[in-house]
Design a protein around this ligand. Sequence first.
Ligand SMILES: [Zn+2]
Length: 269
Amino acid sequence: MTRPAALAAGLVLVALLATACGPDQHDQAARPQFSPFTPATSEPAPTTAPTATPTPPPADPTPSRPPAPRSTVGPLDTRRTTGSRGVALTFDDGPSPDWTPKVLDQLRKAQVKATFCVVGVKVRKYPRLVARIVREGHTLCNHSWQHDLELGGRPPAEIRADLSRTNREIRRAVPGARIGYYRQPGGKWTPSVVQVSRELGMVPLHWDVDPRDWDKPGAAAISKRVLAQARPGSIILLHDGGGDRSGTLTACPGLFGALKQKYGIARLK
Ligand SMILES: [Zn+2]
């Protein structure tokens, strides 16, 4: 390219850039100003001042990677990823006579393994379901005695009693069962509950992907959210207990297939 030609090309580029920036700046100016007197609603408060110009994400040389890097560890150094490319499926709040057997059927059909985060009072009520979970090669996770969201804030002795009672109930259902994980209800971790679970030989298990299936958004939304958020090594949070899980169940076969194909499904041990 000759020097005048290069100069001309540069000018055209500058002109194009100026044009491209125009509408954005116009949108910024036209955006309604946030009023401090706006009545409170149930919507979450904006995390940034609406008048602030959002910082554009830096140019990503590897577009296949997610733009905002997520940590590979959970709150308070809890487990969030599998440590391999494979993703892990976790099912919380069971066992449930309505949903757990159906989830187990789907897992068997897809030939994949999952982790079941079970609640003590339900283990006491449905011990045979816990036995089936173990018999079919899945992993167990303690999810507290009665799904106490505030357990982490209680004295360590109380936390220890709760987790130990749950483990005893699991082992009453399945003598000698390995319980390698503890998941705090609601993910409301505290240093105490993390420490006690470790002392009892359980890895505190958080998650990387939460499609909020407990909110019953429907099977299509559950699948879409999981597939949009998943990345290599994600631990995925789903529910087989605690309410109507028909949406989750309907999403399962497609999800298992897609995740298996894209990442592989890892078994937490
Ligand atoms: Zn739960």
